[in-house]
Design a protein around this ligand. Structure first.
Ligand code: CAA
Length: 240
């Protein structure tokens, strides 16, 4: 039977490309989304992928959402923690709410989702978790102390959980995308974005499908020896 994959923030942007790539590779996909009903409906009609609405920053909502997906589609073998938001601003003008929303949605969500699927994965002796970090969690970014802290946290979370899952057939890896052509990046002021793209050796923004490519590689059944790794997909913008 096809493995069930849950992609958070899976109806738009990078998440949409991941959901579609997984479906095309034969997975049964559940695409989570947080708010945009119209886009989610359009996504489901176009792709045939089921969309599930719940707030990834709310532990109880995640618990219910995961239970609903497992009941309707089957046990979740693959989790892609992709949901993320920006609330950019320099720290001297950043509100506590801007800080908290980003930490809760981008980082606490990884705990909420992983906590709710990990016991099943341990029982079945198989699991694949991919966390979507960011170049800005690796290198920092002016105007993003909240986002950089959350994304950097994802990389530590990945390495710790990889150690816990290893003996149970569960791999945990991260992908650190660079600047990808999505609504999130298009919201960056044009003059700022121009300067960023000028620093990308490949000379362009990435495509969401180029991140999905990495996810497929990491979740494959025969990728069991790859764990605790971070795959940077950033056009050469940041290498280390
Ligand atoms: N380094 C140094 N100085 C910078 C700077 C930088 N990278 N960016 C801006 N500044 C300076 C400006 O030159 C300006 O200086 P002066 O006043 O001396 O001219 C000053 O900071 C204020 O700049 P702004 O007018 O832009 O200030 P603002 O308060 O209106 O906006 C900001 C600040 C919100 C940070 C805005 O610059 C911005 O949105 N920057 C983009 C941040 C970014 O890259 N976000 C990524 C979003 S996409 C994403 O996160 C996906 C992913 O994972 C890659």
């Amino acid at each position: 039977m096809a493995r069930v994959a849950l992609v958070t923030g899976g109806t738009r942007g990078i998440g949409e490309a991941i959901s579609v790539a997984l479906k095309n590779a034969g997975y049964t996909v559940a695409a989570n989304y947080g708010g945009n009903d119209e886009k989610a409906r359009e996504f489901s009609e176009r792709t045939g992928i089921a969309a599930y609405k719940f707030d990834v920053s709310d532990f109880e909502a995640v618990k219910e959402g995961c239970a609903r997906i497992a009941a309707e589609l089957g046990p979740i073998d693959v989790l892609v923690n992709n949901a993320g938001i920006t609330r950019d601003g320099v720290i001297h003008r950043m509100s506590h709410q801007q800080w908290k929303e980003v930490i809760d949605t981008n980082l606490t969500s990884c705990f909420n989702l992983s906590r709710n699927v990990i016991e099943g994965m341990r029982e079945r002796g198989f699991g694949r978790i991919v966390n979507i970090g960011s170049i800005n969690g690796q290198a920092g970014q002016y105007g993003q102390v909240n986002y950089a802290a959350a994304k950097s946290g994802i990389h530590g979370f990945t390495k710790a959980l990889a150690q816990e899952g290893a003996a149970k057939g569960i791999t945990v890896n991260a992908i650190a995308p660079g600047y990808i052509d999505t609504d999130m990046v298009r919201a960056v002021p044009a003059n700022v974005l121009e300067k960023i793209v000028a620093r990308v050796p490949v000379g362009r923004l990435g495509k969401a499908e180029e991140i999905a490519r990495g996810v497929l590689f990491l979740v494959a059944d025969d990728a069991g020896f790859i764990t605790g790794a971070t795959l940077s997909i950033n056009g050469g913008q940041h290498m280390y």
